[in-house]
Design a protein around this ligand. Structure first.
Ligand code: CA
Length: 230
């Protein structure tokens, strides 16, 4: 039995059933909640390892619930939202959610998000103090401020390096455009968003084999970018 405990917060019974059936088949322990108040109760009493959270709950706005949880807990939160709720999704990520799934999603997508989260938790526990980051053929030495691909040092501009570090330190997490432009420039104007795209394109040219099918950093259309664990 997997010791990992998943809390599913979802008021739609069909989706909840699909998710809990999938989790059960794959030996995950799970808890369920159909409202925000249920969720808060489950989190405080059972301390789950990851939360799947539907943004449209009957008793509280999902984004407000994330803000509330974040006042005392860093538990990974994966938001479940309808395609029409793009702005909510971005708000949720900026409020502290780690990633999102868009309805309708496949069982494979659900399990993939879960594996990414598990690996990220394991890595952050193991390498808390490590200054070397490795993912596939990519290696970053934070102490030296250098990055390598296949053992060869990458010639990155300071902004490209800063961007790359943000992704490495948040591997598996979707980083929104606002998060990235804030972190790089300390503000978010439309012009920064355009610059971000330019820097992302140049960073990708340096780290991806095929920039039309990026392996390391994936575009989350209309939302931001995420580094995948290879
Ligand atoms: Ca709902």
């Amino acid at each position: 039995m997997n010791k990992f405990v998943v809390l599913v917060v979802e008021d739609d019974k069909l989706i909840l059933n699909l998710m809990t059936t999938t989790l059960g088949i794959h030996n995950y322990k799970y808890l369920t909640a159909a409202s925000a108040s249920d969720a808060l109760l489950q989190i405080t009493s059972h301390n789950p390892d990851v939360i799947f959270l539907d943004l449209g709950l009957p008793d509280m706005d999902g984004v407000d619930l994330i803000r509330k949880i974040r006042t005392w807990s860093a538990v990974p939160i994966i938001v479940i939202s309808a395609r029409s709720e793009d702005t909510d999704k971005i708000e949720a990520l900026d409020a502290g959610a780690d990633d999102y799934l868009t309805k309708p999603f496949s069982v494979d997508e659900l399990l993939a998000r879960l594996r990414v989260t598990q690996r990220r938790l394991a890595a952050s526990q193991g390498n808390m103090n490590s200054h070397i980051f490795e993912n596939g053929d990519l290696k970053v030495d934070f102490a030296a401020g250098t990055a390598y691909m296949n053992g060869e040092e990458l010639a990155l501009t300071p902004i490209e390096y800063k961007l790359l570090c943000l992704f490495c330190k948040n591997i598996g997490k979707t980083l929104t455009h606002t998060y990235l432009t804030d972190a790089i420039w300390g503000n978010t104007f439309d012009s920064d968003l355009a610059s971000l795209r330019v820097f992302m394109a140049s960073l990708r040219k340096k780290i991806e084999k095929d920039t039309t099918h990026p392996q390391y950093i994936q575009t989350r259309i209309g939302v931001g970018y995420r580094m995948n664990r290879l």
